[in-house]
Design a protein around this ligand. Structure first.
Ligand code: 5RP
Length: 217
């Protein structure tokens, strides 16, 4: 089984949770792309909101009804990928740079389900880089502050988020506690968002070598 086959298997299992009439949040990334493709194939009677311009475009091109999230306060079900997820359903997201909109849509959702291949499942999050979305005005100041929290901080060169911001990736967390890290990063003025999802994820569907496992909060 390839990783990509597992991503598709996780997405296919999640599609079974989609019911006609739902407003569904679409994640971002290669696993979410499988989800969008499967929804385009099956055409359930749903409307969707997207966590990135890329996912909105793919959904719209496939003929799904994409609503503008700015006019939405509640979503029935959001399905999204992750870079790391642990058994407590704490997740790191944002390798694709969409973590801010992903977190807003997740928070608005009655249910948020992560879909992933087995490589994303970890005992405890913290090995992956932590993406931090930063107001361009504050880039240098935030980079200096983040240097106290990570062994290395790297700017994603040439990347501008859908919100017009820059991304600084924190590698090598100096504190292994996700709650403390999330609080410390969020407290820096100029940080607009980050990829640590402490409580937003309700369930995960992980596919590894074709075997699908479900985790529930
Ligand atoms: C994008 C994300 C993605 O969901 C995450 O990076 C996983 O991506 P992929 O499914 O391509 O492995 O958080 O901001």
């Amino acid at each position: 089984m390839t990783t990509d086959t597992d991503k598709r298997a996780a997405a296919a299992a999640a599609v079974e949770m989609v019911r006609d009439g739902m407003l569904v949040g679409l994640g971002t990334g290669s696993t979410a792309a499988h989800l969008i493709a499967l929804l385009v194939d099956r055409r359930p009677a749903i409307e969707v909101v997207a966590t990135s311009e890329a996912s909105a475009r793919a959904a719209r091109e496939g003929g799904l009804v994409v609503r503008d999230f700015a006019g939405i306060s509640r979503v029935d079900l959001t399905i999204d990928g992750a870079d790391e997820i642990d058994s407590m359903l704490v997740a790191v997201k944002g390798a694709g740079g969409a973590m801010l909109r992903e977190k807003v849509v997740a928070a608005a959702s009655d249910r948020m389900v992560v879909i992933a291949d087995g490589s994303k499942r970890v005992d405890r999050v913290g090995a992956a880089k932590l993406p931090v979305e930063v107001l361009p005005f504050a880039e240098r100041f935030v980079a200096r502050a983040l240097a106290g929290l990570f062994e290395r901080v790297e700017k994603r060169e040439g990347v501008e988020t859908d919100n017009g911001n820059v991304i600084l990736d924190g590698h090598g967390w100096r504190d292994a506690d996700p709650q403390r890290m999330a609080a410390a990063v969020a407290s820096i003025p100029g940080v607009v968002g980050h990829g640590l999802f402490l409580s937003e994820v309700d369930a995960a569907i992980i596919a590894e070598d074709g075997v699908v496992t479900r985790l529930e909060r």
